[in-house]
Design a binder for this molecule. Structure first.
Ligand code: SAM
Length: 409
């Protein structure tokens, strides 16, 4: 009798395992032929009482097909991405021990596994999803920096060990992505044979430097070298260690000042929020190197503000600039508009625009200068001289930095 019970039990086990095998084989085949849409695990019965359900979908991450698991816990969701073979191993354990129901959705059929009764049942039905999961859409999304599977974001404290963006770092993460969204197409537009090196001046903790290196390597698949220049030795040491530890092998950081950095060979030069005239030094280094692309997000604008404050030259805007806040805003606009004119003098086309909402940071203006074949803009210096005259500005720091000091009135 006991033997019969045992045999029935073993047969039951066999049938359970066989059904799980069939279910997973169907998943495996649908992943292989691209018809896999999604998978859901329901009716939890495992040891972890906080785990309520799991959803799995395909995703292309860094050009690799992965199965992306979302573990829905009582109070939070956790995500893990696995290569298909590893994912199927993990699903086997979950279906055997932790969930009574599993649903597979493919474009060809739906398949459910239900272990609520005495013996588990497999049921196939017509497909509820006619379209395959849009992997091309996922590929598009990987053009920006992904929170998950990006170890440098974790090392820099933007994401936690689980690959989720930390609460306090949401703005930084959005800023990084927005920045890559803008810079990516500009870098892509430079032919690979003319983009050997990108230099980031005043790299700080390296958020945006890492983002550029990641984009060039993982998305554009270019061997372009990225160098961050930073004055603070502690940040340089930290960033170099992080680059090493995270396998970001196209990136290094150099300790020193922007002014003393040899920018020869910098095909693209960027400087985000380098303080006051450090932005001018960065622009000057880009012009000296003949960089194809110069992108700066200016920070404070003290030099021109001082010039305007100390000017005895009356101008028609005095009624505006007698208010401190308007003087500050005027100084910002005048400083950056003059930078644009000087860049145009050196043969760059310029665009000035806001790159993130001022809700996230007031330092949100970007000057983008691309070297054009048209050569120097002859009228730019004339306009610059007129503007200086109007505002009573004796010199713009950038003039001296690029050897134009003789133009000061
Ligand atoms: C406001 S942080 C910006 C960091 C980074 N670019 C970003 O946007 O996240 C400015 C960084 O530039 C560095 N810096 C400022 N002036 C510099 C100079 N003249 N030479 C080198 N680094 C400088 C500072 O030490 C600081 O780390």
């Amino acid at each position: 009798m006991a033997k019969a019970v045992a045999a029935a039990y073993i047969a039951g086990m066999d049938s359970t395992l066989a059904k799980i095998d069939q279910f997973l084989a169907a998943l495996d085949a649908s992943v292989a032929d691209g018809s896999f849409v999604r998978l859901a695990l329901r009716m939890p019965c495992g040891a972890d009482e906080t785990l309520k359900s799991i959803d799995v979908k395909p995703a292309t991450i860094r050009d690799q097909l992965k199965l992306s698991f979302t573990f829905h816990h009582q109070t939070r969701d956790l995500t893990q991405n696995h290569p298909p073979a590893g994912a199927i191993g993990q699903l086997r354990k979950l279906v055997e021990k932790d969930f009574r129901q599993a649903f597979l959705y493919t474009t060809a059929f739906d398949l459910s596994y239900d272990a609520q009764g005495k013996s588990p049942r497999l049921k196939q039905s017509a497909a509820t999803s006619k379209a395959a999961a849009t992997l091309s859409h996922d590929r598009e999304k990987t053009r920006s920096i992904k929170a998950e599977g990006t170890p440098w974001l974790t090392a820099l404290g933007v994401t936690g060990a689980d690959g989720q963006v930390l609460k306090a770092s949401g703005d930084k993460f959005r800023q990084i992505n927005r920045y890559v969204e803008i810079l990516g197409p500009l870098l892509k537009a430079i032919p690979a044979e003319r983009l050997h090196k990108v230099v980031d001046m005043g790299a700080g903790k390296g958020y945006l430097t890492f983002a550029v290196a990641d984009y060039l390597k993982q998305v554009l698949h270019r061997p372009t070298e990225v160098v961050g220049v930073e004055f603070r030795p502690d940040l340089v040491a930290f960033c170099n260690e992080t680059a090493d530890e995270t396998g970001t092998d196209n990136l290094s950081f150099a300790q020193g000042t922007i002014e003393s950095f040899d920018s020869t060979g910098a095909d693209a030069l960027i400087a985000l929020h380098a303080c006051d005239t450090a932005t001018d030094d960065a622009i000057a280094k880009g012009i000296a190197a003949g960089s194809e692309l110069i992108v700066v997000a200016p920070c404070c604008h003290k030099q021109i503000r001082r010039e305007m404050e100390t000017s005895n030259h009356p101008n028609a805007l005095d009624f505006v600039t007698r208010h401190g806040i308007f003087l500050e805003r005027q100084a910002e606009m005048v400083t950056d508009a003059m930078r644009a004119m000087i860049l145009e003098h050196f043969g760059y086309s310029t665009k000035v625009f806001e790159f993130v909402s001022d809700v996230h940071t007031p330092k949100n203006v970007l000057i983008v200068a691309t070297k054009t074949k048209r050569g120097k803009d002859a009228g730019a210096l004339k306009k610059l001289a007129e503007a200086k005259e109007f505002f009573g500005i004796r010199r713009h720091y950038l003039e001296g930095a690029v050897g134009l000091s003789s133009l000061s009135p």
